[in-house]
Design a protein around this ligand. Structure first.
Ligand code: APR
Ligand code: PHB
Length: 396
């Protein structure tokens, strides 16, 4: 016999989307319970991207979890693009009047988990066999197991924040669900090192040898990436090879500043663009990677998840407290309007800066023309800048 639990919003997934939604709902006085399949310690150990748009920072402030971010986050007013060693700065402040904050997603997740624990809110980790049911009724349920026991969680809304490999998206009937996908013929090999970054700002490098990215987590921790084959195991990339490629791809001036410290984390990231429509079915709503994936080139993954949650939290407050279903009815369409613009930008920036496998000379010439145009056009630099800092968050 299953143990019976009840809440108003069942949140599946304790990544940034689920935790931020839980925090915003709590501050609006709406009970919620988070279910997470991994041990929370594993969730907190994940190394992910680290560029926050101003809209994301505002949502974290609204959630009451931005104090450390304001103390430790690094404000960046531009990035550099390097093409075969020649560099051009994209000045966000001059072109858009805006900026981004560099602050690891790992830290965002830690801040959200700490706030949830401090508020004594339920977060059940190491759950299994999660199954949302009765999603077209007014009392959906989530079945799951934990500690060898069966549970039945009754609720009013199921928020699928369980990422690309989660269960919730599959609970939308195949007859209603439409998916769109593009898989790229390369991946990113990323390392974390305790070394001073080569620059105060991020450097995105295009070269005939492939893409490279010089990012950071703090003034003493660097986050470095090189384009690799999607099937490359991390073993194919000893530190020496990573540093050699980083140096060759960015050019001698920056390479001279590259501190070759031992990597303390190394992983390969696959590259895909993916969107699932709609982001709602009955009492199930999707947010974050459960509904969409972007290649990391545009640093949009976390920011898109936050934008979904900003819209969704407002819609759920209207529905559950204001008895107004309209914002929830509009959620999927409004979220997808932003998602597709971010998908376009992430695809464009990925196509601009990566070396594609041989075989399409016309495509290669277009890419070089696109890079030349970017370097010479304030208009095109403004397009890159306004998408990178984030399109306005129209939440109300
Ligand atoms: N039951 C419970 N939890 C689940 C299930 C399940 N069936 N399936 C997955 N999860 C959990 C995962 O363990 C993970 O902790 O859901 C969480 C989803 O978190 P993310 O994948 O981080 O997705 P999201 O919260 O949308 O954040 C998107 O995270 O992965 C990055 O690049 C991505 O920056 C983006 C951000
Ligand atoms: C990172 O710091 O991990 C990072 C930064 C910018 C990106 C992708 C990843 O576009």
């Amino acid at each position: 016999m299953a143990k019976l639990l009840s809440t108003r919003v069942a949140i599946v997934g304790a990544g940034p989307a689920g935790l931020l939604l839980g925090q915003l709902l709590h501050r609006a006085g709406i009970d919620n319970l988070v279910l997470e399949r991994r041990p929370i310690a594993r969730v907190l150990a994940r190394i992910r991207a680290g560029v926050l748009e101003e809209g994301t920072v505002r949502l974290l402030e609204e959630a009451g979890v931005a104090d450390r971010l304001h103390r430790e986050g690094l404000v960046h007013e531009g990035i550099e693009i390097a093409v075969q060693g020649e560099r051009r700065r994209i000045d966000f402040r001059a072109l858009t009047g805006r900026q981004v904050v560099v602050y690891g997603q790992t830290e965002v997740t830690k801040d959200l988990v700490e706030a949830r624990r401090a508020a004594g809110l339920p977060l059940l980790d190491e759950v299994s066999d999660v199954l949302p049911v009765d999603l077209e009724s007014e009392r959906p349920r989530v079945l799951f197991r934990r500690g060898g026991e069966a549970f039945e969680l009754s609720c009013e809304i199921v928020a699928g924040c369980d990422g690309f490999h989660g269960i919730c998206r599959s609970r939308i009937p195949a007859s209603r669900l439409r998916t769109f996908e593009r898989v790229y013929p390369f991946g990113w090999l990323g390392i974390l090192t305790r070394a001073r970054p080569v620059s105060d700002e991020l450097i995105y490098a295009y070269s005939e040898r492939g893409f490279a990215l010089f990012s950071m987590r703090s003034p003493t921790v660097s986050r470095l990436y090189v384009q690799c084959a999607p099937s490359d195991p991390v073993e194919a990339w000893p530190d020496e090879r990573v540093y050699e490629e980083l140096a060759l791809r960015v050019g001698p001036e920056v390479a001279a500043r590259l501190e070759r410290a031992p990597s303390i984390e190394k992983s390969v990231t696959q590259m895909r663009s993916f969107v699932a429509e709609p982001m709602r079915h009955g009492r199930l709503v999707l947010a974050g990677d459960a509904a969409h994936i972007v290649p990391p080139t545009g640093a949009k993954g976390l920011n898109l998840a936050a934008a979904d949650v900003g819209l969704l939290a407002r819609a759920l407050v209207a529905f559950l407290r204001g008895n107004d279903p309209r914002p929830l009815d509009d959620y999927s369409e409004r979220a997808l309007a932003r998602v597709w613009k971010a998908e376009r930008f992430s695809w464009w920036m990925t196509s601009l800066l990566h070396k594609f496998p041989e075989g399409d000379p016309f495509r290669d010439r277009l890419q070089r023309a696109e890079l030349d145009y970017l370097f010479g056009s304030r208009a095109q630099q403004t397009v890159l800048a306004e998408n990178y800092v984030g399109l306005p968050l129209a939440l109300d």
